[in-house]
Design a protein around this ligand. Structure first.
Ligand code: NAP
Ligand code: GLV
Length: 324
């Protein structure tokens, strides 16, 4: 009998086709997000699930899925999944690292430039018909070239952002629990420093850590107070890595110069204070939003789901210990 796979929300059709070759696929082509109760109902008979970062695969939800053998997430971050519970149940969890690294680093760089050079404000100014003439101080922003970039988290995406910084003649610092290989540090001219030193010295602080209990509110009041008054905070990692209320207060008080945010604490809700501020650039979680990249992510997740259900080794297990 073919295994049953639940696809929780709209995906690229090729991914459904991959699954249908080997599985009975439970798929409603909808953008609606299932809540925990609906997920529990739809997972009752599922051997596998292809899910997204909007799906709460909590211990309670997993408890309602007695047959589940694989959870394939269409994203690299997997903080919406209770991996410890899955591992205890010997459910394989897979994700989609790598294929989205460059696209997400590109977006981070676009956000950095847009924030420093006030691009959304400049464009709104023009569209509103306010542009009358060139003025010496019209919509001036901050230097990027030659400044110091501090990367918190120096994995795939952090390093890809560091590579872009080289073209801008920037000094690159990074904070990470473990040091990168010496050849990587040398190639990217990146210097590892403690987080506090990075916060004190950087003109741009960019976050690239996964959301884990130890990274929740990694940037709060204390850390924002350490940053330079002219510095910018960029978050393309996960919203809860930053204490959003503390960030709003810091921006209101002028403790830092601005922020560029692609992710938020309670997506899709954005802290109302952020919406009021002129010195922030806000994006709706579009880090990897490139058509070809999203197609690769969907296909990777579908292929890894099929791999587990047909006894093959998946490409990107998050909990490889389950595979033995
Ligand atoms: P990665 O290669 O695993 O890199 C994560 C880095 O964070 C690692 O180098 C890790 O190194 C470091 N780290 C972990 N805990 C840390 C801590 N407590 N303090 C300092 N550093 C810590 O992951 P990635 O592919 O670069 O992705 C990073 C994250 O970006 C994802 O988890 C996801 O949440 C987010 N993301 C967002 C978007 C978007 O659309 N905005 C797109 C893709 C990814 P150590 O373990 O040595 O510390
Ligand atoms: C997107 O946020 C991802 O983690 O892939």
């Amino acid at each position: 009998m073919k295994p049953r796979v639940l696809v929780t929300r709209h995906v690229y059709p090729a991914a459904v086709a991959i699954l249908q070759e080997h599985c009975v696929v439970d798929y409603k082509d909808t953008y609606d997000v299932m809540d925990a109760a609906l997920l529990q109902k739809r997972l009752q008979h599922a051997d596998g699930v292809v899910c997204q970062l909007t799906d709460p695969l909590t211990a309670d939800v997993l408890a309602a899925a007695p047959k589940l053998r694989v959870i394939s997430q269409i994203a690299v971050g997997h903080d919406n999944i209770d991996v410890a519970t899955a591992t205890a149940r010997r459910i394989v969890v897979t994700n989609t690292p790598g294929v989205l690294t460059e696209a997400t680093a590109d977006l981070c760089w676009a956000l950095l430039l847009a924030t420093a050079r006030r691009l959304p404000a400049a464009e709104q100014f023009l569209r509103a018909g306010k542009w009358q003439r060139w003025d010496v101080d019209l919509l001036c922003g901050s230097d990027v070239h030659g400044r110091t970039l501090g990367l918190v988290g120096f994995g795939r995406i952090g390093q890809a952002v560091a590579r872009r910084a080289r073209g801008f003649g920037m000094r690159v610092l990074y904070a990470s629990r473990s040091a990168a290989a010496p050849e990587v540090e040398q190639e990217l001219r990146a210097i590892r420093v403690p987080l506090d030193a990075l916060l004190k010295e950087s003109d741009f602080v960019s976050l690239h850590v996964p959301l884990r209990p130890e990274t929740r509110h990694l940037i709060g009041v204390e850390q924002l107070c350490l940053m330079k008054r002219g510095a910018f905070l960029l978050n393309t990692a996960r919203g809860p890595v930053v204490d959003e209320a503390a960030l709003v207060a810091a921006l209101e008080e002028g403790l830092i110069a601005g922020a560029g945010l692609d992710v938020f604490e309670a997506e899709p809700r954005v802290h109302p204070g952020l919406l009021e501020l002129p010195n922030v650039v806000l994006l709706p979680h579009v880090g990897s939003a490139v058509t070809s990249v999203r197609a690769l992510m969907c296909a990777l997740a579908a292929n890894d789901c099929v791999a587990v259900l047909t006894g093959e080794r998946p490409k990107h297990p998050v909990n490889p210990q389950v595979l033995g």
